[in-house]
Design a protein around this ligand. Structure first.
Ligand code: SF4
Length: 172
């Protein structure tokens, strides 16, 4: 059975910055009988509390950083990279990943990026954890929770997950 990583809030875990969740009925009901899940909350994983102050992506001279939203003085970038590296043995076992949209940690696309002064630069960033995931596993099927409401994207994702699962078991 394929194993899918999933943003923990999409599974219904109350781990969001405001103490809420983003449970997806497709993930927790329709897909659940056919796969096993590995829920991960990268922000809780780096030791942030629930609830917690918001964080965002900031473009600095040496690249994109994950910082607090207030003044950017608290930098979570190294902690997130370390957490990702520690999770690699778990991530290597996955056949797909469903990430929560709009998150500076988990979002797959259209994430807001601010400049060093905190002014909005653009909305085409990628959450740091998901960026690392896609760099390390370029063929891993990754999809956002909201996009799975589209029947075509849903079918495509499921097909890619099962193909990836078959492939992984043939070569490993
Ligand atoms: Fe945690 Fe990611 Fe959900 Fe944010 S979007 S609460 S980091 S799992």
């Amino acid at each position: 059975m394929p194993k899918i990583g999933v943003s923990a809030c999409v599974m219904g875990d109350q781990v969001r910055y405001d103490g809420g969740h983003k449970q997806s009925t497709f993930v927790t009901r329709q897909l659940q009988p056919h796969v096993t899940y590995q829920p991960i909350c990268p922000e809780v994983g780096i030791g942030m509390p629930v609830p917690r102050p918001t964080i965002h992506l900031r473009e600095m001279t040496d690249g994109i950083h994950l910082t607090d939203s207030r003044n950017g003085l608290i930098d979570h970038t190294d902690a997130m990279r370390t957490f990702f590296a520690k999770k690699l043995p778990v991530l290597e076992q996955l056949d797909g990943y469903v990430v929560a949209a709009k998150s500076p940690s988990c979002g797959m696309e259209r994430i807001k990026v601010y400049d060093s002064e905190g002014q909005l630069l653009h909305r085409s960033g990628q959450g740091l954890f998901t960026q690392l995931l896609k760099e390390h596993f370029p063929h891993l099927p990754v999809e956002e929770d909201g996009r799975l409401n589209d029947a075509g994207l849903r079918e495509s994702f499921i097909t890619r997950v099962f193909v990836y699962h078959e492939f992984r078991h043939q070569v490993l």
